[in-house]
Design a binder for this molecule. Sequence first.
Ligand code: ZN
Ligand code: ZN
Length: 346
Amino acid sequence: MKALVYHGPGQQSWEEKSKPVIKEPTDVIVKINKTTICGTDLHIMKGDVPTVTDGRTLGHEGVGIVDETGNGVLNFKKGDHVLISCITSCGKCEYCRKGMYSHCVNGGWILGNIIDGTQAEYVRIPHADNSLYHIPAGSDEEALVMLSDILPTGFECGVLNGKVEPGSSVAIIGSGPIGLAALLTAQFYSPAQIIMIDMDENRLHFAQEFGATEIININKDDAVKKVMSLTNNTGVDTAIEAVGVPSSFELCESVVAPGGCIANIGVHGRSVDLHLETLWSRNITITTRLVDTVTTPMLFKTVLSNKLNASKLITHRFKLNDILHAYKTFGNAAKEKALKVILEAE
Ligand code: ZN
Ligand code: ZN
């Protein structure tokens, strides 16, 4: 079969690799139907994720069809259409039983990281009973790819941790796919204001279409001043960091209102200054989280019932064979006006 293989920073190829086989009774082999590229894959390609080693097949999102099951798999059989969660979880360990699948001692974020991932014709999914979801016949499978990672990530790490409430004010720093996923799912709670902040005019335009009440381009405006003027000089109840660089986290520190929450989603590779000299008295909460995907069953229903229009996040489509081209497009997101790219198997 063919797979997108990482060969060290900046080096990748679409190459022949042996088809995965069942290793544990709880494994399933899935034939990939549709997959996508994540911002995290770009971080990996830069060499930011040292757990990913030469020879690894990338990718942690996708939908497909069950090709083979281990003897111990109870919930899935050959031919089932399935959604693959970016988080693999056994459902049995102490963390899983607390609902913290991201820290499963037998799983967590391993796909396309420490085991081969979904940017291939076939993928092995460990602990399949707890890591796959059935797709009902007739579903828009392309839209469901957004449930593998970005929708639960935006919702759990941003909206839930940020305690978005009816009538509250929210600022989301970063209008990429994850920030936009937070924007879409924040609207479940009807906040009064959702201010989107980015430097890419095109992504801010998407944000406006997706329900942002105000947009701020940090290349044109002083973001702190603008947020303060939009919030009667109080700041926002929830500041969501969806970039993963020090300046965007510090912006959250500057715009959070007394009693508010800073919810970090971004993957940070560097340390960030914590301004306790101004924050110590402001009753704020700072949260961090790796997505647990415990809300995936709920989000799945909102997508199937069209309460959440996930397909809006898809801007480009390629054949799986053309994945190197797709990486170029996604890597030049601003120029290409790209959000999520879908890769479809032949
Ligand atoms: Zn991802
Ligand atoms: Zn577990």
